[in-house]
Design a protein around this ligand. Structure first.
Ligand code: SIN
Length: 189
């Protein structure tokens, strides 16, 4: 089993005293905005790289057969493109539940694609969390994604939505591109 991070996130109270908070999304939060937001803007953060290194026991896999979803890994030379949302702190009740499988809210500097920057929050599932799977070859990651499913659906649908959302933003991510090639090879395309 893995740590449920809801109570840890709620005890951090990060930005909860503010009336509005920017949240940076880099995975399902780019394409599944099932929460109220005031506005959203394409954005990026520096010093982090997106990796399919987090296990999903609750959305795209099960405790017995976890799927793989993205988290961020510190890398001073890297940047990660995604979507920033301006939300009210009440929205964290929903988001903390959605991201409960190992993700903690961290403070980050968000750079908007159209100019300007702000401090905000991002959910990161660090290497210390119990659901963390870590590095594997692109082929191995693709195999696990192709085989996994959970209460939120097929793991490969999570992957496809993310790859499509990045293309729609005009962004490329070599980690995602390589896994997509492996998934295509597995499907015989
Ligand atoms: C995010 O999208 O920002 C966090 C990871 C996920 O929910 O896929």
């Amino acid at each position: 089993m893995s740590t449920n991070t809801i109570s840890i996130n709620q005890s951090l109270h990060r930005f909860d005293g503010h009336r509005e908070v920017w949240l940076f999304g880099y995975g399902s939060l780019i394409w599944k905005a099932d929460f109220d937001f005031i506005e959203r803007r394409p954005a990026r953060i520096h010093g982090w790289t997106r990796r399919f290194w987090q296990g999903s026991h609750d959305h795209r896999g099960t405790p017995e057969a976890p799927g793989r979803v993205v988290t961020l890994i510190a890398d001073a030379a890297a940047h990660c493109a995604g979507m920033a949302y301006l939300i009210t702190p009440e929205v964290f009740d929903h988001l903390d539940h959605r991201e409960k499988n190992g993700y903690l809210r961290e403070i980050v500097n968000i750079e908007f694609s159209q100019g300007g920057s702000t401090q905000g929050l991002v959910y990161i599932a660090g290497p210390g969390n119990e659901a963390f799977l870590g590095a594997a070859s692109d082929a191995e990651i693709a195999r696990q994604i192709a085989q996994s499913k959970g209460p939120s659906g097929l793991n490969r649908d999570y992957f496809a939505h993310l790859a499509d959302a990045l293309r729609a933003l005009g962004e490329s991510d070599s980690h995602i591109d390589r896994i997509e090639q492996e998934l295509l090879a597995l499907s015989g395309a």
